[in-house]
Ligand binder design. Structure first.
Ligand SMILES: NC(=O)c1ccc[n+]([C@@H]2O[C@H](COP(=O)([O-])OP(=O)(O)OC[C@H]3O[C@@H](n4cnc5c(N)ncnc54)[C@H](O)[C@@H]3O)[C@@H](O)[C@H]2O)c1
Length: 250
């Protein structure tokens, strides 16, 4: 098993890619902590993982709230005595608010997508340093590197912040045995909060620009997150892996 007994905390694991990552980690023997603000779907995820023979535990975690982070990590350390892997996956879509010049939406995007990751790295790295290291995987996006019609500037800015924090944190924490990497998905199933990017006409145009001529599947992202979380990537830090069917290679 590729994550045998590793203690892994995944934010936003109640749905989408976070949920697929939680299922994948559990199949690979991890002790999975499902963390989300959606307590209903989060506890359902835990029950389903346990029913499939996996090890899972739910914590309520609002990634924007520093006290919520310290409480969640204290709970994990109290239960398991260590934290080996953090996946900073929680986020909101850049096409949630149709007003692409909304200042309030800019602030919300930066708060959840960027500050949430900053707080996660800060508190997880402190815990990991005490037990000899770990792996942090951040969910960025192709929007960190390219412009897309209909996507709020704040989304790209928040994801570019993640790409940058990944590099800086990888350098800061390398001597503590903590690796920090990012995964940047392209066209995936729409996020729960998507409005514009959930539109079939918008999606068809975007998918037509993908060299592989299809959207990705959540499992295809979860498998890359698994590689970066596991010891198979032991000499990999500070990078971003694009999972985009070649969209940004054109
Ligand atoms: N789906 C895509 O097309 C796509 C593409 C590129 C990158 N991404 C990124 O991948 C990640 C996962 O996306 P997804 O498609 O699975 O989205 P999703 O909407 O299905 O899941 C996001 C999860 O984050 C949780 N969440 C939201 N705010 C939170 C908060 N403050 N604290 C804790 N949890 C919170 C939600 O409850 C939800 O369970 C996001 O960071 C997203 O930006 C998605």
């Amino acid at each position: 098993m590729r994550l045998h007994n590793k203690v892994t905390l995944i934010t936003g694991a109640a749905s989408g890619m976070g949920r697929a990552t939680a299922d994948t980690f559990a199949r690979e023997g991890a002790r999975v902590v499902v963390a989300d603000i959606n307590d209903g779907d989060g506890t359902t995820a835990v029950k389903e993982i346990q029913a499939a023979g996996g090890q899972a535990h739910y914590v309520h975690l609002d990634v924007t709230d520093e006290t919520s982070w310290t409480t969640a990590i204290d709970e994990v350390l109290g239960l398991f005595g260590r934290l080996d892997v953090l996946v900073n996956n929680a986020g909101i879509s850049g096409t949630f608010d149709p007003d692409l010049t909304s200042t309030a939406f800019y602030d919300q995007l930066m708060l959840i997508n960027a500050k949430g990751v900053f707080l996660g790295i800060k508190h997880a790295a402190a815990a990991m340093a005490r037990t000899g290291g770990g792996s942090i995987v951040n969910l960025s996006s192709i929007s960190a590197s390219i412009g897309q019609p209909g996507v709020h500037m704040g989304y790209g800015a928040s994801k570019a912040a993640i790409k940058s924090m990944t590099k800086t944190a990888s350098v800061h924490h390398a001597d503590q045995g903590i690796r920090v990497n990012a995964v940047a998905p392209g066209m995936l199933p729409p996020m729960r909060t998507s409005r514009g990017s959930a539109d079939p006409v918008w999606r068809a145009k975007q998918i037509d620009a993908v060299p592989m001529k299809r959207a990705g599947d959540v499992q295809e992202v979860a498998d890359v997150v698994l590689f970066l979380a596991s010891d198979e990537s032991s000499y990999v830090t500070g990078i971003e892996i694009l999972v985009d069917g070649g969209l940004t290679a054109v």
